[in-house]
Ligand binder design. Sequence first.
Ligand SMILES: [Zn+2]
Length: 501
Amino acid sequence: MPGPRTLASVWAAKSATLASRRLRRGGGTAVSGLVGLKLQSSLIHDLASQLGHGCVLVTGTNGKTTTSRLISETARAAGLQPLANASGSNLMRGLASTLAAATGPGGRLTDAAQRLGVFEVDEAAVPAALQELRPRVAVFTNLFRDQLDRFGEVEAVAALWRQALAKAPPGLTLVLNADDPAVASLGEGRDNVIYFGVDDAKLDRGAIEHASDALSCAVCGSRLEYNIAYFGHVGHWRCPGCGRPRPEVAVSGRDLDLRDGRTLGFEIVVVGNHEWAVDQPPHPNPLLEGEGIMEPRVEASTDMTDAENASMPVEMGIGGLYNAYNALAAAAAVIALGLPAGATPEALKATGAAFGRQEAFEVDGKGVELFLGKNPAGLNQVLSTLLLDPNRKVVLIILNDGIADGRDISWVWDADFEVTAKQFDKVLVSGTRAAEMALRLKYAEWDEAALTVEPEIGAALEKALAATRDGECLTVVPTYTAMLTVRELLAKRTGRASFWQ
Ligand SMILES: [Zn+2]
Protein backbone atom coordinates (compact mmCIF):
# COMPACT_ATOMS: atom_id res chain seq x y z
CA MET A 1 0.00 0.00 0.00
CA PRO A 2 1.20 3.53 -0.67
CA GLY A 3 1.96 5.67 2.35
CA PRO A 4 -0.83 7.89 3.71
CA ARG A 5 0.85 11.00 2.38
CA THR A 6 1.08 9.59 -1.16
CA LEU A 7 -2.53 8.46 -0.93
CA ALA A 8 -3.61 11.91 0.22
CA SER A 9 -1.71 13.60 -2.59
CA VAL A 10 -3.19 11.22 -5.18
CA TRP A 11 -6.65 12.12 -3.97
CA ALA A 12 -5.89 15.82 -3.88
CA ALA A 13 -4.63 15.61 -7.46
CA LYS A 14 -7.72 13.69 -8.57
CA SER A 15 -10.14 16.16 -7.01
CA ALA A 16 -8.24 19.10 -8.46
CA THR A 17 -8.64 17.52 -11.90
CA LEU A 18 -12.38 17.10 -11.42
CA ALA A 19 -12.81 20.62 -10.09
CA SER A 20 -10.94 22.23 -12.92
CA ARG A 21 -12.70 20.11 -15.53
CA ARG A 22 -15.99 21.28 -14.09
CA LEU A 23 -14.77 24.83 -14.54
CA ARG A 24 -13.74 23.92 -18.12
CA ARG A 25 -10.25 25.19 -17.58
CA GLY A 26 -8.43 23.01 -20.05
CA GLY A 27 -7.56 19.49 -19.04
CA GLY A 28 -6.92 20.40 -15.44
CA THR A 29 -3.67 18.50 -15.82
CA ALA A 30 -1.25 21.15 -14.60
CA VAL A 31 -3.31 22.15 -11.57
CA SER A 32 -3.88 18.63 -10.28
CA GLY A 33 -0.24 17.62 -10.64
CA LEU A 34 0.86 20.77 -8.88
CA VAL A 35 -1.48 20.07 -5.97
CA GLY A 36 -0.34 16.44 -5.74
CA LEU A 37 3.36 17.34 -5.80
CA LYS A 38 2.85 20.00 -3.17
CA LEU A 39 1.51 17.40 -0.74
CA GLN A 40 4.01 14.70 -1.64
CA SER A 41 7.16 15.62 -3.52
CA SER A 42 7.93 11.95 -4.25
CA LEU A 43 4.50 11.40 -5.83
CA ILE A 44 5.89 10.79 -9.34
CA HIS A 45 8.51 8.36 -8.08
CA ASP A 46 6.02 6.55 -5.83
CA LEU A 47 3.57 5.97 -8.68
CA ALA A 48 6.05 5.44 -11.54
CA SER A 49 7.77 2.70 -9.55
CA GLN A 50 4.53 0.70 -9.76
CA LEU A 51 4.63 0.54 -13.59
CA GLY A 52 5.04 -3.17 -14.35
CA HIS A 53 7.13 -2.57 -17.48
CA GLY A 54 8.80 0.56 -16.19
CA CYS A 55 8.79 3.61 -18.39
CA VAL A 56 10.39 5.34 -21.35
CA LEU A 57 11.14 9.06 -21.39
CA VAL A 58 10.98 10.94 -24.71
CA THR A 59 12.51 14.39 -25.07
CA GLY A 60 13.95 16.73 -27.70
CA THR A 61 12.99 20.00 -29.38
CA ASN A 62 10.74 18.47 -32.03
CA GLY A 63 9.00 15.12 -32.44
CA LYS A 64 8.33 14.30 -28.77
CA THR A 65 4.58 13.97 -29.13
CA THR A 66 4.59 11.90 -32.31
CA THR A 67 7.44 9.64 -31.18
CA SER A 68 5.66 8.99 -27.86
CA ARG A 69 2.48 8.13 -29.73
CA LEU A 70 4.32 5.68 -31.98
CA ILE A 71 5.93 3.96 -28.98
CA SER A 72 2.57 3.79 -27.18
CA GLU A 73 0.82 2.26 -30.17
CA THR A 74 3.56 -0.35 -30.62
CA ALA A 75 3.40 -1.23 -26.94
CA ARG A 76 -0.38 -1.53 -27.16
CA ALA A 77 -0.07 -3.82 -30.20
CA ALA A 78 2.37 -5.93 -28.16
CA GLY A 79 -0.28 -6.44 -25.49
CA LEU A 80 0.90 -3.88 -22.97
CA GLN A 81 -1.11 -0.99 -21.58
CA PRO A 82 0.78 2.22 -22.26
CA LEU A 83 0.28 5.10 -19.87
CA ALA A 84 1.11 8.36 -21.62
CA ASN A 85 0.87 12.01 -20.67
CA ALA A 86 -1.10 14.35 -22.93
CA SER A 87 0.82 16.53 -25.32
CA GLY A 88 1.61 19.82 -23.63
CA SER A 89 1.53 18.27 -20.12
CA ASN A 90 5.22 17.50 -20.24
CA LEU A 91 6.48 19.23 -17.11
CA MET A 92 6.72 17.46 -13.73
CA ARG A 93 3.21 18.54 -12.74
CA GLY A 94 1.85 16.99 -15.97
CA LEU A 95 3.58 13.70 -15.19
CA ALA A 96 2.22 13.76 -11.63
CA SER A 97 -1.35 14.32 -12.77
CA THR A 98 -1.10 11.65 -15.50
CA LEU A 99 0.06 9.10 -12.94
CA ALA A 100 -2.43 10.19 -10.28
CA ALA A 101 -5.30 9.94 -12.76
CA ALA A 102 -4.34 6.30 -13.48
CA THR A 103 -4.71 5.18 -9.86
CA GLY A 104 -7.60 3.29 -8.35
CA PRO A 105 -9.39 3.99 -5.05
CA GLY A 106 -6.48 2.54 -3.02
CA GLY A 107 -4.04 5.02 -4.51
CA ARG A 108 -2.27 2.34 -6.55
CA LEU A 109 -1.97 2.29 -10.34
CA THR A 110 -4.67 0.17 -11.91
CA ASP A 111 -3.49 -2.76 -14.09
CA ALA A 112 0.03 -1.96 -12.93
CA ALA A 113 1.51 -5.25 -14.16
CA GLN A 114 0.67 -4.50 -17.82
CA ARG A 115 1.60 -0.86 -17.70
CA LEU A 116 4.43 0.77 -19.64
CA GLY A 117 4.87 4.48 -18.98
CA VAL A 118 5.51 6.50 -22.16
CA PHE A 119 6.25 10.03 -21.06
CA GLU A 120 7.16 12.98 -23.22
CA VAL A 121 9.24 15.36 -21.16
CA ASP A 122 10.07 19.01 -21.76
CA GLU A 123 13.77 19.57 -22.49
CA ALA A 124 14.27 21.57 -19.29
CA ALA A 125 12.48 18.98 -17.12
CA VAL A 126 14.80 16.13 -18.11
CA PRO A 127 17.04 16.26 -14.98
CA ALA A 128 14.11 16.01 -12.56
CA ALA A 129 12.24 13.51 -14.71
CA LEU A 130 15.23 11.15 -14.91
CA GLN A 131 15.51 11.14 -11.12
CA GLU A 132 11.79 10.74 -10.39
CA LEU A 133 10.69 8.45 -13.22
CA ARG A 134 13.86 6.30 -13.28
CA PRO A 135 13.11 5.31 -16.89
CA ARG A 136 14.52 2.16 -18.48
CA VAL A 137 14.95 4.01 -21.77
CA ALA A 138 15.44 7.69 -22.60
CA VAL A 139 14.88 8.82 -26.19
CA PHE A 140 16.45 12.07 -27.45
CA THR A 141 14.93 13.08 -30.79
CA ASN A 142 16.87 16.22 -31.71
CA LEU A 143 18.05 19.51 -30.28
CA PHE A 144 17.34 22.80 -32.03
CA ARG A 145 17.05 26.32 -30.83
CA ASP A 146 13.55 26.73 -29.43
CA GLN A 147 12.01 29.91 -28.08
CA LEU A 148 14.82 32.30 -27.28
CA ASP A 149 13.43 33.65 -24.04
CA ARG A 150 12.78 30.22 -22.62
CA PHE A 151 16.04 28.42 -23.16
CA GLY A 152 19.63 29.43 -23.66
CA GLU A 153 21.56 28.27 -26.63
CA VAL A 154 21.52 24.72 -27.82
CA GLU A 155 24.83 24.13 -26.01
CA ALA A 156 23.25 25.05 -22.66
CA VAL A 157 20.50 22.47 -23.08
CA ALA A 158 23.01 19.85 -24.22
CA ALA A 159 25.11 20.60 -21.11
CA LEU A 160 22.02 20.29 -18.89
CA TRP A 161 21.25 16.90 -20.44
CA ARG A 162 24.83 15.70 -20.10
CA GLN A 163 24.91 16.59 -16.40
CA ALA A 164 21.55 14.93 -15.84
CA LEU A 165 22.67 11.75 -17.62
CA ALA A 166 25.87 11.62 -15.58
CA LYS A 167 23.68 11.34 -12.47
CA ALA A 168 21.03 9.12 -14.03
CA PRO A 169 20.04 5.94 -12.22
CA PRO A 170 21.89 2.81 -13.46
CA GLY A 171 20.41 0.52 -16.09
CA LEU A 172 19.32 3.33 -18.38
CA THR A 173 19.51 2.71 -22.14
CA LEU A 174 19.82 5.79 -24.35
CA VAL A 175 18.17 6.04 -27.76
CA LEU A 176 19.94 8.82 -29.66
CA ASN A 177 19.66 10.49 -33.04
CA ALA A 178 23.08 9.87 -34.62
CA ASP A 179 22.41 12.49 -37.30
CA ASP A 180 22.03 15.31 -34.77
CA PRO A 181 25.55 16.02 -33.47
CA ALA A 182 24.33 17.68 -30.26
CA VAL A 183 22.22 14.64 -29.41
CA ALA A 184 24.74 12.06 -30.60
CA SER A 185 27.41 13.48 -28.29
CA LEU A 186 25.29 12.46 -25.28
CA GLY A 187 26.36 8.88 -25.95
CA GLU A 188 30.10 9.61 -25.69
CA GLY A 189 31.72 7.20 -23.26
CA ARG A 190 28.45 5.49 -22.32
CA ASP A 191 27.36 1.87 -22.60
CA ASN A 192 23.85 0.92 -23.59
CA VAL A 193 23.28 3.38 -26.41
CA ILE A 194 21.19 2.65 -29.49
CA TYR A 195 21.68 5.16 -32.31
CA PHE A 196 19.18 5.73 -35.09
CA GLY A 197 19.59 7.72 -38.30
CA VAL A 198 18.69 8.09 -41.95
CA ASP A 199 20.90 6.65 -44.71
CA ASP A 200 19.53 8.07 -47.94
CA ALA A 201 21.91 10.14 -50.06
CA LYS A 202 19.18 11.26 -52.46
CA LEU A 203 17.74 13.48 -49.70
CA ASP A 204 21.01 15.41 -49.40
CA ARG A 205 20.34 19.13 -49.71
CA GLY A 206 23.99 19.78 -50.38
CA ALA A 207 24.14 22.62 -47.89
CA ILE A 208 23.27 23.33 -44.29
CA GLU A 209 20.14 25.42 -43.72
CA HIS A 210 19.93 28.80 -42.15
CA ALA A 211 18.33 27.41 -38.96
CA SER A 212 21.32 25.28 -38.10
CA ASP A 213 22.08 25.75 -34.43
CA ALA A 214 24.73 23.29 -33.39
CA LEU A 215 27.48 23.17 -35.91
CA SER A 216 30.47 22.99 -33.62
CA CYS A 217 31.93 19.81 -32.16
CA ALA A 218 30.80 19.07 -28.59
CA VAL A 219 34.31 17.82 -27.77
CA CYS A 220 36.80 20.15 -29.49
CA GLY A 221 34.66 23.04 -30.72
CA SER A 222 35.66 22.72 -34.38
CA ARG A 223 33.08 23.48 -37.01
CA LEU A 224 31.50 20.22 -38.19
CA GLU A 225 31.60 19.06 -41.81
CA TYR A 226 28.78 17.25 -43.59
CA ASN A 227 28.80 14.51 -46.23
CA ILE A 228 25.01 14.63 -46.31
CA ALA A 229 22.83 17.50 -45.05
CA TYR A 230 19.17 16.58 -44.51
CA PHE A 231 17.76 19.58 -42.63
CA GLY A 232 18.94 21.99 -39.94
CA HIS A 233 22.15 20.54 -38.54
CA VAL A 234 20.86 17.01 -39.09
CA GLY A 235 22.87 14.83 -41.47
CA HIS A 236 26.02 12.77 -41.81
CA TRP A 237 28.53 14.87 -39.94
CA ARG A 238 32.17 14.57 -39.00
CA CYS A 239 34.48 16.70 -36.89
CA PRO A 240 37.63 17.69 -38.81
CA GLY A 241 39.28 18.76 -35.52
CA CYS A 242 39.20 15.61 -33.38
CA GLY A 243 38.09 13.22 -36.13
CA ARG A 244 34.87 12.28 -34.31
CA PRO A 245 32.42 10.80 -36.85
CA ARG A 246 28.67 10.39 -36.76
CA PRO A 247 28.21 7.20 -34.67
CA GLU A 248 27.28 3.98 -36.43
CA VAL A 249 23.56 3.51 -36.33
CA ALA A 250 21.77 0.40 -35.12
CA VAL A 251 18.43 1.46 -36.61
CA SER A 252 18.67 2.93 -40.09
CA GLY A 253 16.01 4.50 -42.32
CA ARG A 254 16.54 3.85 -46.03
CA ASP A 255 14.86 4.33 -49.43
CA LEU A 256 12.57 7.09 -48.25
CA ASP A 257 9.59 7.91 -50.44
CA LEU A 258 8.26 11.31 -49.35
CA ARG A 259 5.36 11.37 -51.87
CA ASP A 260 3.00 14.37 -51.46
CA GLY A 261 3.90 14.83 -47.80
CA ARG A 262 0.76 13.16 -46.41
CA THR A 263 2.11 9.61 -46.25
CA LEU A 264 5.55 8.10 -46.13
CA GLY A 265 7.18 4.85 -47.21
CA PHE A 266 10.62 3.62 -46.22
CA GLU A 267 12.70 0.71 -45.05
CA ILE A 268 13.79 0.26 -41.43
CA VAL A 269 17.03 -1.70 -41.29
CA VAL A 270 18.30 -3.04 -37.98
CA VAL A 271 22.04 -3.25 -38.38
CA GLY A 272 24.38 -5.94 -37.06
CA ASN A 273 23.80 -7.60 -33.73
CA HIS A 274 20.99 -5.37 -32.49
CA GLU A 275 18.29 -7.95 -32.80
CA TRP A 276 14.63 -7.37 -32.57
CA ALA A 277 13.49 -9.13 -29.45
CA VAL A 278 11.92 -12.48 -30.20
CA ASP A 279 12.06 -14.70 -27.14
CA GLN A 280 13.47 -12.11 -24.80
CA PRO A 281 11.31 -11.83 -21.71
CA PRO A 282 9.98 -8.33 -21.13
CA HIS A 283 12.15 -6.49 -18.65
CA PRO A 284 10.32 -6.23 -15.38
CA ASN A 285 10.54 -2.98 -13.53
CA PRO A 286 13.50 -3.43 -11.14
CA LEU A 287 11.71 -1.30 -8.56
CA LEU A 288 8.70 -3.56 -8.55
CA GLU A 289 8.61 -6.66 -6.43
CA GLY A 290 6.20 -9.55 -6.31
CA GLU A 291 3.90 -8.43 -9.14
CA GLY A 292 2.92 -10.70 -12.02
CA ILE A 293 4.39 -9.38 -15.27
CA MET A 294 2.36 -9.78 -18.44
CA GLU A 295 4.15 -11.33 -21.39
CA PRO A 296 3.85 -9.31 -24.59
CA ARG A 297 1.65 -11.27 -26.94
CA VAL A 298 2.86 -10.41 -30.45
CA GLU A 299 5.52 -12.70 -31.87
CA ALA A 300 8.22 -11.19 -34.04
CA SER A 301 8.49 -12.61 -37.52
CA THR A 302 11.46 -14.92 -37.38
CA ASP A 303 13.08 -13.95 -40.70
CA MET A 304 14.13 -10.68 -39.15
CA THR A 305 16.73 -12.30 -36.95
CA ASP A 306 18.10 -14.68 -39.60
CA ALA A 307 19.94 -12.10 -41.64
CA GLU A 308 22.68 -10.01 -40.15
CA ASN A 309 20.80 -6.87 -41.12
CA ALA A 310 17.10 -7.29 -40.48
CA SER A 311 14.95 -5.12 -42.68
CA MET A 312 11.28 -4.27 -42.83
CA PRO A 313 9.23 -2.02 -45.09
CA VAL A 314 7.23 0.65 -43.31
CA GLU A 315 4.20 2.68 -44.41
CA MET A 316 3.07 5.69 -42.44
CA GLY A 317 -0.15 7.66 -42.55
CA ILE A 318 1.75 10.86 -41.76
CA GLY A 319 4.35 12.50 -43.96
CA GLY A 320 7.61 14.40 -44.05
CA LEU A 321 11.21 13.41 -43.38
CA TYR A 322 10.86 14.49 -39.75
CA ASN A 323 8.21 11.83 -39.21
CA ALA A 324 10.57 9.18 -40.58
CA TYR A 325 12.96 10.28 -37.81
CA ASN A 326 10.14 9.98 -35.28
CA ALA A 327 9.41 6.44 -36.50
CA LEU A 328 13.09 5.47 -36.30
CA ALA A 329 13.29 6.85 -32.76
CA ALA A 330 10.23 4.81 -31.83
CA ALA A 331 11.57 1.64 -33.49
CA ALA A 332 14.89 2.03 -31.64
CA ALA A 333 13.00 2.55 -28.37
CA VAL A 334 11.02 -0.63 -29.03
CA ILE A 335 14.30 -2.54 -29.40
CA ALA A 336 15.68 -0.93 -26.25
CA LEU A 337 12.54 -1.88 -24.34
CA GLY A 338 12.79 -5.49 -25.54
CA LEU A 339 9.33 -5.41 -27.09
CA PRO A 340 8.67 -7.72 -30.04
CA ALA A 341 9.26 -6.02 -33.37
CA GLY A 342 6.36 -7.76 -35.06
CA ALA A 343 4.09 -5.05 -33.71
CA THR A 344 6.10 -2.12 -35.09
CA PRO A 345 5.13 -1.86 -38.80
CA GLU A 346 1.42 -2.24 -38.10
CA ALA A 347 1.54 0.26 -35.27
CA LEU A 348 3.45 2.78 -37.40
CA LYS A 349 0.93 2.39 -40.19
CA ALA A 350 -2.09 2.67 -37.92
CA THR A 351 -0.91 5.69 -35.96
CA GLY A 352 -2.54 8.82 -37.27
CA ALA A 353 -1.52 12.39 -36.69
CA ALA A 354 -1.05 13.62 -33.16
CA PHE A 355 -3.00 16.59 -31.89
CA GLY A 356 -2.39 19.51 -34.29
CA ARG A 357 0.51 17.79 -36.04
CA GLN A 358 -0.59 17.11 -39.60
CA GLU A 359 -4.06 16.61 -38.20
CA ALA A 360 -6.72 16.67 -40.91
CA PHE A 361 -10.33 17.87 -40.69
CA GLU A 362 -13.15 18.15 -43.18
CA VAL A 363 -15.23 21.32 -43.08
CA ASP A 364 -18.09 21.83 -45.56
CA GLY A 365 -16.50 19.62 -48.19
CA LYS A 366 -13.08 21.21 -47.82
CA GLY A 367 -10.01 19.66 -46.27
CA VAL A 368 -8.21 21.48 -43.47
CA GLU A 369 -4.74 20.34 -42.41
CA LEU A 370 -2.98 21.63 -39.31
CA PHE A 371 0.83 21.78 -39.23
CA LEU A 372 2.15 22.98 -35.88
CA GLY A 373 5.21 25.19 -36.43
CA LYS A 374 6.81 26.33 -33.20
CA ASN A 375 10.49 26.88 -33.91
CA PRO A 376 12.71 27.52 -36.96
CA ALA A 377 13.83 23.91 -37.46
CA GLY A 378 10.32 22.49 -37.06
CA LEU A 379 8.83 25.15 -39.30
CA ASN A 380 11.43 24.50 -42.00
CA GLN A 381 10.48 20.83 -41.99
CA VAL A 382 6.82 21.79 -42.28
CA LEU A 383 7.53 24.16 -45.17
CA SER A 384 9.52 21.58 -47.13
CA THR A 385 6.76 19.03 -46.53
CA LEU A 386 4.14 21.50 -47.85
CA LEU A 387 6.28 21.95 -50.94
CA LEU A 388 5.81 18.26 -51.81
CA ASP A 389 2.21 18.96 -52.86
CA PRO A 390 1.96 21.66 -55.55
CA ASN A 391 -1.85 21.58 -55.19
CA ARG A 392 -1.72 23.33 -51.83
CA LYS A 393 -2.88 26.80 -52.80
CA VAL A 394 -4.40 28.42 -49.69
CA VAL A 395 -2.52 28.83 -46.44
CA LEU A 396 -3.37 30.37 -43.06
CA ILE A 397 -0.31 31.23 -40.98
CA ILE A 398 -0.94 32.17 -37.34
CA LEU A 399 1.74 33.75 -35.19
CA ASN A 400 1.03 34.23 -31.48
CA ASP A 401 3.47 35.42 -28.83
CA GLY A 402 1.98 33.70 -25.76
CA ILE A 403 4.30 32.27 -23.12
CA ALA A 404 4.06 28.79 -24.66
CA ASP A 405 4.93 30.23 -28.09
CA GLY A 406 7.89 32.25 -26.84
CA ARG A 407 7.30 35.97 -26.29
CA ASP A 408 10.16 36.84 -28.59
CA ILE A 409 8.99 36.17 -32.13
CA SER A 410 12.25 37.03 -33.86
CA TRP A 411 12.69 33.30 -34.55
CA VAL A 412 10.40 33.59 -37.59
CA TRP A 413 13.28 35.37 -39.33
CA ASP A 414 15.32 32.16 -39.01
CA ALA A 415 12.70 30.02 -40.75
CA ASP A 416 13.12 29.61 -44.51
CA PHE A 417 9.81 31.02 -45.75
CA GLU A 418 11.70 31.78 -48.97
CA VAL A 419 11.38 28.13 -50.10
CA THR A 420 7.58 28.33 -50.39
CA ALA A 421 7.42 31.90 -51.76
CA LYS A 422 5.84 30.84 -55.05
CA GLN A 423 3.48 28.15 -53.78
CA PHE A 424 0.31 29.83 -52.52
CA ASP A 425 -2.36 31.80 -54.41
CA LYS A 426 -4.02 32.99 -51.23
CA VAL A 427 -2.29 33.71 -47.91
CA LEU A 428 -4.07 34.61 -44.67
CA VAL A 429 -1.96 35.83 -41.77
CA SER A 430 -3.39 35.89 -38.25
CA GLY A 431 -2.60 35.88 -34.53
CA THR A 432 -1.40 38.45 -32.02
CA ARG A 433 1.66 39.17 -34.18
CA ALA A 434 0.00 38.94 -37.59
CA ALA A 435 1.59 42.17 -38.81
CA GLU A 436 5.13 40.94 -38.11
CA MET A 437 4.34 37.65 -39.84
CA ALA A 438 3.14 39.53 -42.90
CA LEU A 439 6.34 41.57 -42.87
CA ARG A 440 8.42 38.38 -42.71
CA LEU A 441 6.56 36.95 -45.72
CA LYS A 442 7.09 40.16 -47.70
CA TYR A 443 10.82 39.91 -47.06
CA ALA A 444 10.67 36.28 -48.22
CA GLU A 445 9.14 37.62 -51.46
CA TRP A 446 5.72 36.13 -51.04
CA ASP A 447 3.16 37.76 -53.34
CA GLU A 448 1.86 40.84 -51.51
CA ALA A 449 -1.31 40.89 -53.59
CA ALA A 450 -2.21 37.41 -52.28
CA LEU A 451 -1.72 38.44 -48.66
CA THR A 452 -4.53 39.26 -46.18
CA VAL A 453 -3.86 40.23 -42.56
CA GLU A 454 -6.67 39.30 -40.11
CA PRO A 455 -5.40 39.23 -36.50
CA GLU A 456 -8.56 37.57 -35.09
CA ILE A 457 -8.14 33.81 -35.54
CA GLY A 458 -11.84 32.90 -35.92
CA ALA A 459 -12.38 35.52 -38.63
CA ALA A 460 -9.15 34.52 -40.37
CA LEU A 461 -10.23 30.86 -40.42
CA GLU A 462 -13.58 31.82 -42.00
CA LYS A 463 -11.87 33.92 -44.66
CA ALA A 464 -9.37 31.16 -45.38
CA LEU A 465 -12.15 28.58 -45.71
CA ALA A 466 -14.06 30.92 -48.03
CA ALA A 467 -10.94 31.26 -50.20
CA THR A 468 -10.57 27.46 -50.42
CA ARG A 469 -12.43 25.81 -53.28
CA ASP A 470 -14.66 22.75 -52.70
CA GLY A 471 -12.65 19.55 -52.64
CA GLU A 472 -9.41 21.43 -52.07
CA CYS A 473 -7.33 21.73 -48.97
CA LEU A 474 -6.66 24.61 -46.61
CA THR A 475 -3.25 24.44 -44.98
CA VAL A 476 -3.01 25.96 -41.49
CA VAL A 477 0.39 26.63 -39.90
CA PRO A 478 -0.05 27.89 -36.32
CA THR A 479 2.29 28.41 -33.37
CA TYR A 480 1.46 26.44 -30.22
CA THR A 481 -1.21 28.60 -28.56
CA ALA A 482 -2.64 29.48 -31.97
CA MET A 483 -2.92 25.77 -32.70
CA LEU A 484 -4.96 25.27 -29.50
CA THR A 485 -7.35 28.05 -30.56
CA VAL A 486 -7.76 27.05 -34.20
CA ARG A 487 -8.06 23.38 -33.31
CA GLU A 488 -10.80 24.16 -30.82
CA LEU A 489 -12.67 26.07 -33.53
CA LEU A 490 -12.26 23.16 -35.96
CA ALA A 491 -13.23 20.63 -33.27
CA LYS A 492 -16.46 22.57 -32.64
CA ARG A 493 -17.31 22.68 -36.34
CA THR A 494 -16.59 19.01 -36.94
CA GLY A 495 -17.68 17.50 -33.62
CA ARG A 496 -14.20 16.19 -32.87
CA ALA A 497 -13.15 15.89 -29.24
CA SER A 498 -11.37 18.68 -27.45
CA PHE A 499 -7.97 17.65 -26.23
CA TRP A 500 -8.71 16.92 -22.62
CA GLN A 501 -11.68 14.63 -23.28
ZN1 LIG B 1 35.87 17.66 -32.55
